[in-house]
Design a protein around this ligand. Structure first.
Ligand SMILES: Nc1ncnc2c1ncn2[C@@H]1O[C@H](COP(=O)(O)OP(=O)(O)OP(=O)(O)O)[C@@H](O)[C@H]1O
Length: 311
């Protein structure tokens, strides 16, 4: 069994990645790394390119330009395929198969299959093993799709809005299973979601995409540390002069109250109250301000051979 890494390299690395559909570019010039063993939230507005990125990593889509590697291998390679499981947004399953037949297919297709783990997930939801997929509710089908993905015991789990049709109790339970699995095996998880509050308790890494580009990528602690919430009284409109040389991600003026999320580019002058943003506040600011300058932290930065040596 692999240890979830390849010689300390990242689980996923995108370099100049782009995907163009007939209507235009869905992803353009995306470069970032996701270190192995991290639980990464993939966040962005509708149509930002999240599913496209996950699809390329899962080898259901080919990039138009650039590269993406999974543990150093091409997504289409046997090595990447063996180590990756993908839970697609529409959770495609054979409708005429029973649950037991679905799991049997998983066992036959995957050498490292863990029947106990897969069956455990299905049984925890009281889904009958002899029920046909077509007769299950949307949430029950999602549970079976989860079981298929977990049963493979992947080193990299790609999840596209996995929880969207689950009730809150089941979401909580499956999120717990996901965390326990990742912690026990050191697996890497890349999970797209619009439920920001859910990410706070599970993710230690974030990638934010908007309009096909990476806006934010890196370790959660590094990202939070790089940002400051600023507030205070002021007259007038726009960004106050003493904040102008900082990177202002988002600012608001309500009455005489000004507030902003900034990346401080040096000491802060002025009579401002400051504190750290929560993860949700950080994400909301970048989702609302898709034109804000991107920030890729050092752990997420793609380094060329020369840069890596120089660093
Ligand atoms: N098969 C396709 N053919 C043409 N355009 C596509 C196709 N799939 C996606 N797109 C376009 O590519 C862009 C990115 O879509 P994608 O599904 O990757 O976004 P997303 O971030 O997953 O969105 P959502 O949050 O709504 O699921 C969108 O503009 C979408 O219309």
């Amino acid at each position: 069994m692999s240890d979830g890494t390849y010689a300390g390299g990242p689980a996923l690395e995108a370099v100049g990645l782009g995907k163009r559909y007939r209507r235009g570019w869905a992803l353009r010039d995306c470069s970032f790394r996701l270190p192995a063993g991290r639980i990464c939230g993939l966040v962005g507005p509708n149509g930002a390119g999240k599913t496209t990125l996950l699809g390329i990593a899962a080898h259901v889509l080919e990039p138009t330009e650039g590269t993406l590697s999974v543990f150093g291998a091409a997504p289409g390679s046997a090595e990447a395929g063996r180590r990756t499981a993908f839970l697609a947004q529409d959770k495609p399953l054979y409708r005429t198969f029973t649950v037991a037949e679905t799991l049997r297919l998983g066992r036959e297709l995957n050498p490292g299959w863990d029947q106990r783990a897969a069956e455990g997930i299905v049984r925890a939801g009281n889904v009958p093993l002899d029920a046909r997929i077509a007769t299950l509710s949307g949430g029950q089908r999602t549970r079976v799709a989860f079981a298929l993905a977990f049963g493979k015991r992947p080193d990299l789990l790609l999840l596209d809005e996995p929880m969207s049709d689950l009730d809150p109790v089941v979401r909580h339970e499956l999120m717990g299973t996901l965390m326990a699995e990742a912690a026990e095996r050191g697996s890497t998880v890349l999970m797209s979601t619009h439920v920001l509050a859910e990410l706070e308790s599970v993710c230690d890494y974030l990638v934010v995409v908007a309009q096909g580009g990476v806006r934010l990528a890196g370790d959660v602690d590094e990202l939070l540390y790089a940002h400051t919430r600023v507030s205070g009284a002021r007259n007038g409109e726009g960004v106050p002069a003493d904040l102008a040389h900082h990177t202002v991600v988002e600012s608001r003026t309500g009455g005489r109250q000004f507030s902003a999320l900034i990346r401080a580019e040096g000491p802060l002058a002025g009579p401002w109250d400051t504190d750290s943003p929560t993860m949700e506040e950080l994400l909301l600011a970048y989702l609302r301000s898709t034109g804000a300058p991107p920030l890729i932290t050092p752990t997420a930065e793609v380094r060329t051979g020369t840069q890596a040596v120089a660093a």
